[in-house]
Design a protein around this ligand. Structure first.
Ligand code: PLP
Length: 386
């Protein structure tokens, strides 16, 4: 991996130590260019001229193929969405919930897991069971806690594959093992995984999985992708739809909500420029190789965690075991508010990190374009604050 060559394609890195990909990744120039090219085409030729329409359809088709490759899923199991949360809502609001059905989430979850689960509870009388985790919990301990929360009414386990606050990689494959035989759905929020770690829907057997385009894939806001296992397509009703959701246009007055096709979730028009950026971003990431990216992110994160934890008064809240880890590195400084740490690292070093809650910490997102020098800048900056 030629890091200098990669960095030269991401302009923001020339003047900023960017460690906030977990919020939104810095776009490579060619990703922005793909979006600009599409905007210019529409500008110069008009948005619905036949050749422009056709090119737009091709971009959408290729974006969907790219999403299928990222998931390692078949095309008919994948939909390009507007963000992670949209994909989550398509699934949560589309399943046929019954009074008393139970959804298991954990207490370190993002609002995009919490709120859609609560909505289902409020609308259909389902019950959200929250499993309390500790940052020190091993994968085995997490599995034991989740399994202990199972009842005959458990219908879904819904967790983030990588927890946003600590970067902990949840034992998703083991979760699939313990849910599958019991007929419990496993829904994973992949906001922190797509473009960061290798995904394999075909092998893992996950039921539902949603990712964004704007974070680790380095695309733009307004893009994402959803995977629904083919066996479940008929079970997920579209909570909203429109003309593009009509699977058989010749028979438009016979809309099929139980059709086994992802198209039923499409409503109206989409932003083709944003999908062009999503497509280019996935190509950029695929050319570098997600496996290579994952290894480098883990190596850099390991180094950051080791150095930060040597600083007196600093507690690293991310896992130390490599198999539980990701490129997210969170740490707390005794007696200092995370927000003030964020502000001072920016003011002192142009270093971009963010604060997170539960547990309260400052989070650095380390992606393949970051360097050991930037890790050392972070560690030095934290040492100064201490
Ligand atoms: C775990 C998790 N879920 C969901 C989201 C929201 O993602 P999106 O804006 O793509 O819906 C985030 C973003 O920070 C996240 O970290």
């Amino acid at each position: 991996m030629d890091i200098e060559q990669i960095r030269s394609q991401i302009p923001v890195l020339a003047h900023t130590a960017y460690m906030n990909t977990g919020w939104s990744g810095p776009p490579p120039r060619r990703v922005a260019q793909a979006m600009k090219d599409r905007i210019d085409l529409e500008l110069e030729q008009g948005p619905i001229m036949p050749q422009v329409l056709q090119a737009g359809r091709e971009i959408q088709a290729q974006a969907r193929e790219a999403a299928a490759r990222i998931f390692n899923a078949t095309l008919d199991e994948v939909l390009v969405t507007r963000n992670t949360t949209e994909g989550i809502n398509i699934v949560l609001s589309g399943l046929d919930w019954k009074q008393g059905d139970e959804i298991i989430i954990c207490d370190m979850e993002h609002g995009s897991v919490i709120a859609p689960s609560q909505l289902v509870a409020q609308r259909y009388g389902a019950v959200v069971r929250v499993v309390d985790l500790n940052v020190q919990d091993s994968s085995e301990a997490i599995l034991t806690k989740i399994e202990a929360a199972f009842t005959p009414k458990t219908r879904m386990v819904f967790v983030s594959h990588i927890l946003y606050a600590t970067g902990r990689r949840m034992p998703a494959e083991e979760l699939r093992r313990i849910t599958k035989d019991r007929g419990i759905f496993l829904m994973l929020d992949g906001a922190q995984t797509g473009g960061h770690i290798e995904l394999d829907m075909a092998r893992s057997g996950f039921d539902f999985y949603s990712i964004p385009g704007q974070k680790w894939l380095l695309g733009y806001e307004g893009s994402g992708a959803l995977f629904i296992r083919r066996d479940h397509l008929e079970r997920v009703h579209p909570a909203h739809t429109g003309g593009r959701g009509i699977v058989r246009p010749a028979d438009a007055h016979n809309f099929q909500p139980v059709a086994d096709t992802m198209e039923k979730f499409l409503g109206g028009s989409v932003s083709v420029p944003v999908q062009a950026a999503f497509l280019e971003a996935t190509k950029f990431i695929e050319e570098i190789g997600i496996k290579n990216i994952e290894q480098r992110n883990m190596d850099l994160a390991e180094s950051a965690k080791a150095k930060l934890s040597e600083i007196p008064g600093v507690t690293v809240t991310s896992p130390s075991e490599r198999r539980d880890s990701s490129g997210l590195v969170s740490f707390a400084i005794a007696g200092q508010e995370p927000i003030s740490v964020v502000e001072r690292l920016w003011a002192n070093h142009r270093l971009v990190v963010r604060q997170v809650g539960h547990p309260a910490a400052t989070r650095a997102s380390i992606h393949f374009f970051n360097t050991q020098e930037e890790i050392d800048l972070l560690v030095g900056g934290v040492r100064e604050l201490v």
